[in-house]
Ligand binder design. Structure first.
Ligand SMILES: *[C@@H]1O[C@H](CO)[C@@H](O)[C@H](O)[C@H]1NC(C)=O
Ligand SMILES: *[C@@H]1O[C@H](CO)[C@@H](O)[C@H](O)[C@H]1NC(C)=O
Ligand SMILES: *[C@@H]1O[C@H](CO)[C@@H](O)[C@H](O)[C@H]1NC(C)=O
Ligand SMILES: *[C@@H]1O[C@H](CO)[C@@H](O)[C@H](O)[C@H]1NC(C)=O
Ligand SMILES: *[C@@H]1O[C@H](CO)[C@@H](O)[C@H](O)[C@H]1NC(C)=O
Ligand SMILES: *[C@@H]1O[C@H](CO)[C@@H](O)[C@H](O)[C@H]1NC(C)=O
Ligand SMILES: *[C@@H]1O[C@H](CO)[C@@H](O)[C@H](O)[C@H]1NC(C)=O
Ligand SMILES: *[C@@H]1O[C@H](CO)[C@@H](O)[C@H](O)[C@H]1NC(C)=O
Ligand SMILES: *[C@@H]1O[C@H](CO)[C@@H](O)[C@H](O)[C@H]1NC(C)=O
Ligand SMILES: *[C@@H]1O[C@H](CO)[C@@H](O)[C@H](O)[C@H]1NC(C)=O
Ligand SMILES: *[C@@H]1O[C@H](CO)[C@@H](O)[C@H](O)[C@H]1NC(C)=O
Length: 820
C-alpha cells in the first residue's frame, strides 16, 4: 500500500544506469555498502520460470467456516454479472479500499483501512507501538492484546478489514525500509507474532490481512518503472528464491497466519522468479491455496495487479484499489485503470473468464465477512475519516456512501495505558555499566538530541523531519497522533518530583559545532548527574535505508557528549538495525533501544529509566559490529539496460541474520535474542520428553486433509521441553528463555547451526523460581524436503539449547526423534 505523497516521491524517472531512491541519512555520508548488479549477471537462469499451478483451488465446503461459506454462496447466487464484477474490484470511496454496497441485497459494502500500527487515515485513534517494537517484547499475550485493542478501534471506526499484520518484508536485509512494520527476520518469532496478531484483530470482529505475500524484501524497484509514454522501461525487481528457503523462512510465518484463519492475504508488488507477485500461480494457487489450505481471499497490493485473466487464474481474488487516484501518479509514474471491473464483465461474456472461478473469488471475499458476523450490524464508516483519505476524495467517488453514523468517534478507550505498558516491556537494555540504570532520583539531568522533544511538523509524519521524537515510521504504516508524549516532556514531569534541574540541547548541529566542553560548563554550575542522549532513525515505505547509522549525526553526538560526561545514557528511536560504534565508550554507561514506541513514547521510557518497569525487551535481530558485516545485500543499482534486469538472488538461502553470523562464526556486538534486566536470571534442569511415550514417530507426517495452515499433522506437539528459571537478583523482572534447535547431521546441507523454535516470557519476584515449558511441534523439528515436497524429520540426534539469547545457551539436551 502506498500513500499519494510517497507515490509522488517515488515516481522517479530512472535513466539507463539506474540508482534507485533511498532515504538519505542527514548528517553522514552513505555506508560503503551498496550493491550494483554486475554486467555479467545471468538474468534469471534457473529462476527464469515459476512452476505453473492451475486451476485455482476453490474454497471448500465444510471446516470451521462452513456456515459462512454457505451464506457467501447463497449471496453470490443472487448477484448479476455487473454486481459480481464490483464484488472483486475496489472503487473510490471513504476508505483506502472500498467494495461498494448492494442495497438490493442489504449488503452495506466493505471498508479496508491501513495499517499495522494504527488506523492511519483517521482521527481520534491510538498510535500503537510498531511491529518491530512489540516483537522485542517476546510477549505473546501482549502481541495478542495489541492487535485486539487495535481491532476494536478499526471496528468502531467502521473498518471491516485491517491491512495488517505485515511480515513481508521479514528482514532479509537490514536496509529494507519497511522491516519495522513487521516483526523480525526470524520466521519463528515472526510466525508467533503473526498468529497472535491475526487472532487479536479477528477476535475484535475485524478481518486481518497477512501481507505482503511474499519475498517483498526490498522497496527499491518494487514496482515497474515506465517511460513518460507509459512503456515499461524496467519490470519490478524479481525475488528469486529456492523452494526450501521459501518454506523454511519466508512462507513459515504466513503459514501461522493461515492457521489462525486470517481473512485475507495481500500479494506483493515485486516479481517472483520473473512473474509478478499477484499473478504467480505457484505462490498463490500452490503454496497458499493448496499447501496451506487458505480459505479466504487474496487481494492485490495497491496497484499491484498487472493483468486480468492471468491474475485471476493464478489465484488473485480481489483487485485493489481498482480505481485511479484522482489525477495522481502511481509508484511507477503511470495512471491506472483496473484489469478487473468492466474487464470482468467482458471476459465472462466472451468466455475467457470462468464463471465458477469468478463465483469462487466472491465466495472467498465474503466468507470471512460472514464468519466474523460482519453482516449482523457493523458500525458505519466514521464520516470524519473522509477528508483524511486523500486516496479517494468524494469528488472521485462513483456513488454516494452511507455516512450517517456519528462523526469524530473517539475510539481510543484506555489504550494509551496499554501502549505505555507494551512499549516499556519492549524496550531493550543493551548495556548497563555499574548499574547506571535505573536512575536514582538524579538532581541534575542533561538531555541531548533532536529526538528528545516535541515534533514540530504536525501529527502525521510522511517525510523525514529534524526536530521531534520518532515514535512511528512513514508510509502506510504511519499513524495520526492525537497526542504524543515526548521523552523530554516525560523526563521533565518526572524530574519535577525529585526537584531536579532538567536542561536540554535539542539542536544536534549546535551541540556538535560548539567546543565540546562549553555545553557542559555553561550554564550548569555542576556537571550533570546523567546525560541522556536521544537518537533517531527514520524509515518509510517506498524507499530503503541507505545507512545503518543513526540519523542527524547521532554517532558524533554521542561521542561529543560522552567526551565530557562520564554518565552518558543513549536512547534510540529507530526502525530496527543500527550499528552502534560508540557502544564500548567507557562514558556510555547505558544503552536503551525503544524502536518506534507509539504515542506514549516518553512515559514508557521514563518507566524504564527510573525502574518503575524493569526492562525485559530482547533483540529481534542481530547488531553486528560493522554495517559491512551483514550479508544479503539489496540490489540498489543495475549496470545494464534490459527490461528484465532487476534481479535479486536470495543466494544466502537460509542464512539470514543470526543464522548467517552463527554459520560463519562472525563476532557480533549484540546477538539476536539479547537483552539485559535490572535483575539477573539463572536457568537449570532442562528436560525434554516425548509427549506420547509409546508412539513411534515417522519422518513423514501422516497425510491428513489440509486445513488452514496446512497438514494439521505439522502442528502437532511431539515433544515438550521444560526448564527451571530463577530470579537470582533483588528486583522483580521478566525473563525470556529461548529454545534453539540444532538439527542432526543427516539434515541436508545449508541447515543453520541453531534455529529458534520456542520462547516464553516469565515474570518472577526477587529470589522466585518458576518453570517454562516449550512445545515442539512437528514442523519445528522438520526441514522442507524439495524432492518429496514434504516436511521431514531427519534421522539422528537433535540438540536443543536453552538460554537467554542466541549466543548465551547454557542448557542443552540431545534426543533422537526418528529411528534410523
Ligand atoms: C558498470 O559499467 C561500467 C561502465 O561500463 C564499468 O566501468 C563498471 O565496471 C561496471 N560495474 C559493474 C559492477 O559491473
Ligand atoms: C523459483 O525457482 C527456484 C529455482 O528453480 C525453485 O526452487 C522455486 O521453487 C521457484 N519458486 C517459485 C515460486 O516459482
Ligand atoms: C433487507 O432488509 C429488510 C429489512 O430488514 C428485509 O425486509 C429484507 O427482506 C432484506 N432483504 C434481503 C434480500 O435480505
Ligand atoms: C516510449 O518511450 C521510449 C523511450 O523514449 C521509447 O523507446 C519507446 O519506443 C516509446 N514507446 C512508444 C510506444 O512510443
Ligand atoms: C480493461 O483493462 C485495461 C488495462 O488496465 C484498461 O485500460 C481498460 O480501461 C479496462 N476496461 C474496462 C472496461 O474496465
Ligand atoms: C475477452 O475479454 C478480455 C478482458 O477481460 C480480453 O482480455 C480478451 O482479449 C477478450 N478475448 C476475446 C477472445 O475477445
Ligand atoms: C445507513 O446507516 C445507518 C446507520 O448505520 C442505518 O441505520 C441506515 O439504514 C443505513 N442506510 C442505508 C441506505 O443503508
Ligand atoms: C541549529 O544550530 C545550527 C548551528 O548553530 C544553526 O545553524 C541552526 O539554525 C539551528 N537550527 C535551529 C532550528 O535553530
Ligand atoms: C569521560 O568523561 C570524563 C569527564 O567526566 C572525561 O574527563 C573523560 O575524558 C571522558 N572519557 C573519554 C574516553 O572521553
Ligand atoms: C564521574 O565523574 C565524577 C567526578 O567528575 C565522579 O564523582 C563520578 O563518580 C564519576 N561517575 C562515573 C559513573 O564514573
Ligand atoms: C569494522 O570495520 C572497520 C573498517 O572496515 C575495520 O577497521 C574494523 O576492524 C571492523 N571492526 C570489526 C570488529 O570487524
Amino acid at each position: 500500500m502506498i500513500t499519494p505523497k510517497t507515490l509522488l516521491l517515488s515516481a522517479v524517472a530512472l535513466t539507463s544506469t539506474t540508482t534507485a531512491q533511498v532515504y538519505q541519512t542527514p548528517g553522514r555520508s552513505k555506508d560503503a555498502y551498496s550493491y550494483t548488479q554486475p554486467e555479467d549477471t545471468v538474468i534469471l537462469g534457473q529462476y527464469g520460470h515459476s512452476e505453473p499451478v492451475y486451476p485455482s483451488p476453490p474454497a471448500r465446503d465444510g471446516g470451521a467456516w462452513e456456515q459462512a461459506v454457505k451464506k457467501a454462496k447463497a449471496f453470490v447466487s443472487e448477484l448479476t454479472l455487473e454486481e459480481k464484477a464490483l464484488m472483486v474490484t475496489g472503487q473510490a470511496g471513504p476508505c483506502v479500499g472500498n467494495i461498494y454496497p448492494i442495497e438490493r441485497l442489504n449488503f452495506t459494502g466493505l471498508c479496508f483501512q491501513d495499517g499495522p500500527a494504527s488506523l492511519r487515515t483517521a482521527d481520534f485513534v491510538s498510535v500503537f507501538e510498531a511491529g518491530v517494537t512489540i516483537a522485542s517484547s517476546w510477549d505473546k499475550t501482549m502481541m495478542y492484546n495489541r492487535a485486539l485493542a487495535m481491532g476494536r478501534e478499526f471496528r468502531a471506526k467502521g473498518a471491516h478489514i485491517a491491512l495488517a499484520p505485515a511480515v513481508g518484508p521479514m528482514g532479509r536485509s537490514a536496509y529494507s525500509g519497511r522491516n519495522w512494520e513487521g516483526f523480525s527476520p526470524d520466521p519463528y518469532l515472526s510466525g508467533v507474532a503473526m498468529e497472535e496478531s491475526v487472532l487479536g484483530f479477528q477476535d475484535a470482529g475485524v478481518q486481518a490481512t497477512a501481507k505482503h505475500y511474499i519475498f517483498n524484501e526490498q522497496e527499491i524497484l518494487r514496482n515497474p518503472v515506465r517511460y513518460e509514454n507509459g512503456t515499461v522501461q524496467y519490470e519490478a525487481i524479481s525475488s528469486n528464491v529456492d523452494d526450501r528457503t521459501a518454506h523454511e523462512l519466508y512462507l513459515w510465518p504466513f503459514a501461522n497466519a493461515a492457521r489462525a484463519h486470517v481473512a485475507a492475504f495481500m500479494c506483493s508488488y515485486q516479481r517472483i522468479n520473473g512473474s509478478y507477485g499477484c499473478q504467480n500461480s505457484k505462490t498463490l494457487n500452490g503454496y497458499l491455496k493448496t499447501e496451506l489450505g487458505f480459505q479466504g481471499y487474496v487481494m492485490s497490493d495497491w496497484y499491484g495487479t498487472h493483468s486480468g485473466v492471468a491474475s485471476i487464474e493464478a489465484g488473485l481474488d480481489l483487485d485493489m484499489p481498482g480505481h485511479i487516484i484522482g489525477r495522481a501518479l502511481i509508484d511507477d509514474g503511470q495512471a491506472y485503470s483496473s484489469y478487473f471491473g468492466g474487464n470482468i464483465t467482458v471476459g465472462v461474456n466472451n468466455g475467457t473468464i470462468d464463471t465458477d472461478r469468478l463465483d469462487d473469488m466472491i465466495t472467498r471475499v465474503l466468507t470471512p465477512y460472514y464468519a466474523l458476523h460482519q453482516d449482523e450490524g457493523y458500525p458505519s464508516v466514521d464520516p470524519s475519516i473522509v477528508p483524511l483519505n486523500t486516496f479517494s476524495l468524494p469528488n472521485t467517488w462513483l456513488r454516494e456512501w452511507n455516512l450517517t453514523g456519528p462523526s469524530r468517534r473517539d475510539v481510543r478507550d484506555n489504550h494509551g495505558d496499554l501502549i505505555r505498558k507494551h512499549a516499556a516491556a519492549s524496550t531493550i537494555l543493551l548495556k548497563n555499566k555499574d548499574k547506571a540504570l535505573p536512575l536514582k532520583a538524579p538532581k541534575s539531568i542533561a538531555v541531548f538530541g533532536n529526538d528528545a522533544g516535541e515534533v514540530t511538523e504536525g501529527p502525521l509524519n510522511q517525510a523525514q523531519f529534524e526536530f521531534g521524537t520518532q515514535a512511528i515510521g512513514g508510509g502506510s504504516g504511519a499513524g495520526l497522533f492525537t497526542y504524543l508524549v515526548s521523552p523530554l516532556e516525560a523526563i521533565k514531569a518526572r524530574g519535577r518530583q525529585d526537584g531536579a534541574l532538567v536542561e536540554f540541547w535539542l539542536n544536534n548541529t549546535l551541540v556538535l559545532n560548539r567546543d565540546a566542553s562549553a555545553w557542559a560548563q555553561t550554564p550548569l554550575p555542576n556537571k550533570p548527574d546523567v546525560c541522556l542522549v536521544f537518537l533517531k532513525g527514520w524509515a518509510a515505505e517506498a524507499a530503503d535505508r541507505e545507512s545503518l547509522h543513526l540519523d542527524w549525526s547521532g554517532d558524533e553526538l554521542v561521542e561529543s557528549v560522552a567526551s565530557t560526561c562520564n554518565n552518558t545514557v543513549v536512547v534510540t528511536h529507530s526502525s530496527g538495525i543500527n550499528v552502534l560504534p560508540w557502544a564500548e565508550h567507557p562514558n556510555v554507561t547505558a544503552i536503551l533501544l525503544a524502536h518506534y514506541p507509539g504515542q506514549e513514547s516518553g512515559n514508557s521510557l521514563v518507566d524504564v529509566l527510573y525502574g518503575d518497569v524493569n526492562p525485559s525487551g530482547h533483540l529481534p535481530y542481530t547488531i553486528a559490529y560493522n554495517a559491512t558485516d551483514y550479508n544479503a545485500p539489496l540490489v540498489t543499482a543495475i549496470n545494464t539496460t534490459g527490461k528484465d534486469d532487476w534481479q535479486s538472488y536470495f543466494n544466502e538461502k537460509l542464512e539470514t541474520d543470526y543464522r548467517y553470523f552463527d554459520a560463519h562464526d562472525i563476532d557480533v556486538r549484540y546477538e539476536f535474542g539479547f537483552g539485559l534486566s535490572y535483575t539477573t536470571f539463572a536457568l537449570s534442569d532442562l528436560s525434554v520428553a516425548k509427549l506420547d511415550e509409546k508412539a513411534d514417530i515417522n519422518s513423514q507426517p501422516e497425510e491428513r486433509s489440509v486445513e488452514p495452515g496446512g497438514n494439521p499433522a505439522l502442528w502437532e506437539v511431539l515433544y515438550t521441553a521444560k526448564v527451571a528459571v530463577h530470579n537470582s537478583g533483588d528486583v522483580r523482572g521478566s525473563a525470556v528463555p529461548q529454545l534453539y534447535v540444532s538439527f542432526p547431521a543427516s539434515t541436508p546441507s545449508g541447515t543453520p547451526p541453531r534455529q529458534l523454535r520456542g520462547f516464553d516470557k516469565k515474570e518472577l519476584g526477587p529470589g522466585e523460581r518458576g518453570t517454562v515449558t516449550f512445545n515442539l511441534m512437528r514442523r519445528d523439528l522438520s526441514y522442507w524436503d524439495v524432492n518429496t515436497q514434504k516436511w521431514l524429520i531427519p534421522t539422528g540426534e537433535f540438540t536443543i539449547h536453552v538460554g537467554f539469547s542466541s549466543r548465551d545457551l547454557p542448557e542443552q539436551k540431545t534426543f533422537t526423534v526418528v529411528k534410523e
